[in-house]
Design a protein around this ligand. Structure first.
Ligand code: AMP
Length: 186
């Protein structure tokens, strides 16, 4: 199941609820809580991610605050590797590295612990740690590109950015340094 067939993709896509005009008018919010409480769809998704990434020889999964924590930490546990949270500003207690990114109006900022992927981003062999970045959804791509840049700043190697759902019309996948993989695209 390293590739999903159309029927399997539909099971996962149909488990995600659309909430019109949330959090503001004109936005269709993709509610993954209905995927999480659908055991068949959730297992199909996690089995697929596990199979895809088992051969990547990753050292860490980095998940974006907050829904990326759910998929990222389960996948990390399945692969027997560490999980690293990329958090919104002000939440991490130890020394952090930060990256700002623009929103429609103003800025937001994400942070990561400086030693999250080992000293200077290297694992015990002295090689750069191989990291998969994961989030539930890519819209403009601003959040994930800031997170990708943080992984680079602390010295690790972001090998791929993975999203459960991509809103392709926003062209968010353009401009990443690493490969981009989306399980579902609309
Ligand atoms: P962006 O930086 O524009 O790619 O936005 C991605 C982040 O915002 C992700 O963490 C998503 O969870 C969240 N997000 C953006 N648009 C939506 C949407 N339509 N439905 C659900 N979450 C969204």
């Amino acid at each position: 199941m390293s590739t999903l067939n159309q029927n399997e993709k539909e099971i996962i896509l149909e488990s995600i609820r659309n909430i019109p005009d949330f959090p503001k008018p004109g936005i269709i919010f993709k509610d993954i809580s209905t995927l999480l409480n659908n055991p068949k769809a959730f297992k199909l998704l996690m089995d697929h991610l596990e199979e895809r990434y088992r051969s990547y020889n990753l050292d860490y999964i980095a998940g974006i605050d907050a829904r990326g924590f759910i998929f990222g930490s389960i996948l990390a546990d399945r692969l027997g590797i560490g999980f690293v949270p990329v958090r919104k500003k002000g939440k991490l207690p130890y020394t952090t590295v930060a990256e700002k990114y623009s929103l429609e109006y103003g800025f937001d900022e994400v942070e990561i612990h400086i030693d999250a992927f080992g000293e200077n981003g290297c694992c015990t062999t002295g090689e750069k740690s191989k990291v998969l970045l994961i989030d539930d959804l890519i819209a403009t791509g601003g959040t994930a590109k800031a997170a990708e840049s943080l992984i680079d700043k602390v010295g690790a190697d972001c090998v791929e950015c993975c999203f459960i759902l991509e809103l392709a019309f926003l062209k968010g996948r353009e401009g990443f340094k690493s490969d981009v993989y989306s399980v579902l695209t609309i």
